[in-house]
Write a protein that binds this ligand. Structure first.
Ligand SMILES: [Zn+2]
Length: 109
């Protein structure tokens, strides 16, 4: 039986434990995103759950920190348009990835 790659991804079976592991571990999460530039637009249930869990875990991790804000950038991983970044790593404050893109409304010279 030939399995199409997309079919395989959409049918991906997973446990909550596996999902949590992939959401909390930075390297595993990046690996799950792969080269997708607009991960937040994915309609696959697994990807939606993974992103939702990631956002909740990062909110816990960043609790009490004040983000740096640069409204000229949007996050292509989680879709955040607030430009909030981690004050030290400058990664996205919401999903903790480095997947910034200049906003269409960017105010730069
Ligand atoms: Zn993000």
């Amino acid at each position: 039986m030939i399995r199409k790659k997309n079919k395989e991804i959409s049918d991906k079976s997973y446990s909550i434990e596996e999902l949590r592991k992939n959401a909390i571990d930075d390297k595993l999460f990046i690996k799950e995103i792969g080269t997708r530039k607009h991960f937040y637009k994915s309609e696959l249930p697994y990807n939606k759950l993974l992103l939702g869990m990631r956002l909740a875990l990062i909110a816990e991790r960043n609790n009490g920190l004040t983000p740096y804000i640069n409204e000229n950038y949007v996050c292509l991983t989680c879709g955040a348009t607030s430009g909030e970044s981690h004050p030290e790593s400058s990664y996205c404050f919401k999903c903790d990835t480095d997947n910034w893109s200049l906003s269409e409304n960017a105010n730069v010279l």
